[in-house]
Ligand binder design. Structure first.
Ligand code: ZN
Length: 348
């Protein structure tokens, strides 16, 4: 198939403006605060979580049928039993308290750089309840307003919404229509049957990720282990992504410390032959190597056959002036673009 120069131009513009979708799991938060949060507090891993929440005794008193110590089994039973409503409410309250306490450290964090490495055509969807990404968003938005859309697939302790109007956002904000404070949104537990349509805010989050996955050119899975209890989530994403054989131009990227076989096995329905990369650190990923140019670089490398060179990179231990300088220079280039013009990356 040959294209006229105009058609080629249009194709390139379209491809480069397709979304980069990033999906975050607990591993991303753990990677973002390896030494704990601003006050040295570590993000929980699910092991020993009930104990950390001070819920051991309460759970012991409910005489659960399951003798599993797996949190997902415990949640599932609590969820299914009508006589456990008070315990569910208490658990919800404790989880909110626990995560609301987490504070992002003052120095530039992986979450700051992640947000700044994407543009408003892109999307970050997170399964995490912790507030770090939203705290980072508040800082990143002081550097540029051209930031990715955020969606919280299992709710978030910092997200609220107005029950009467279609507005949601950070929990301290007010509804632009009625002026009342946002009310906390639901937290979805890691249980087998979650109902993604019950809560209007979570339903909207799912709409956003499905729409963006349909059009995505690049997908990064960061620290998300796709557990069995999220099978419903995986099939919703799968449906939006479509079949592998229709996805031969797209790329898939993992930032994860787990072994390759395990990752590929979990995501085999999404990955086209060898169109995937695995990185053990954020700083090796396309996001840090080609910030704000991830889809541009993918196109230039694979369709234009350029040997692309990383020239503007996020690196570990960058200070705020360096981060600001880097982002400013990229944003300036973006703002200079005329209509129907597209960005390119440098060749080696
Ligand atoms: Zn309202």
């Amino acid at each position: 198939m040959t294209m006229t120069p105009e058609e080629a131009n249009e194709f390139q513009l379209l491809m480069k403006n397709r979304p980069h979708v990033v999906i975050l799991g607990a591993g991303a938060t753990i990677a973002s605060i390896p030494d704990g949060d601003k006050n040295g507090k570590k993000s929980s891993v699910m092991m020993g979580f009930i104990e950390k929440l001070g819920m051991n005794q309460v759970i012991a008193n409910t005489k659960l049928k399951t003798d599993s110590i797996n949190l997902e089994d415990i949640y599932t039973e609590l969820h299914e039993r009508d006589d456990c409503e008070n315990i569910r409410m208490l658990l919800d309250e404790r989880i909110r308290e626990y995560f609301s306490d987490l504070e992002i450290p003052d120095d530039p964090n992986i979450y700051d750089m992640l947000l700044l490495s994407l543009r408003k055509k892109d999307l970050i969807a997170t399964f995490n309840w912790d507030p770090l990404l939203l705290q980072a968003y508040q800082r990143a938005s002081k550097i540029t307003k051209d930031l990715p859309l955020l969606t919280f697939l299992h709710g978030n302790v910092l997200v609220g919404y107005c029950r009467d109007h279609k507005y949601g956002g950070i929990i301290y904000a007010k509804c632009p229509e009625c002026g009342r404070h946002f009310r906390p949104g639901r937290l979805l537990y890691p249980i087998r049957n979650k109902n993604y349509t019950e809560d209007p805010y979570i339903q909207d989050s799912w709409k956003a990720i499905r729409n963006n996955l349909k059009r995505a050119y690049l997908v990064t899975i960061f620290g998300y282990s796709a557990p069995k209890t999220d099978s419903e989530a995986i099939s919703l994403m799968k449906e939006a992504w479509g079949t592998v054989d229709k996805r031969n131009l797209e790329d898939f990227e993992f930032i994860d410390i787990r072994p390759e076989e395990e990752l590929v096995d979990n995501w085999k329905e999404f990955i086209h032959s060898h169109h995937y990369q695995i990185y053990s650190s954020f700083f090796e990923s396309s996001l840090a190597q080609h910030p704000r140019r991830t889809t541009v670089e993918l196109f230039d490398r694979t369709m234009e056959c350029k040997f692309t060179k990383a020239t503007h990179m996020f690196k570990p231990n960058m200070d705020w002036p360096k981060v600001q300088q880097l982002v400013d220079s990229l944003v300036m280039e973006e703002e200079k673009l005329g209509e129907n013009e597209f960005l390119t990356v440098e060749s080696a």
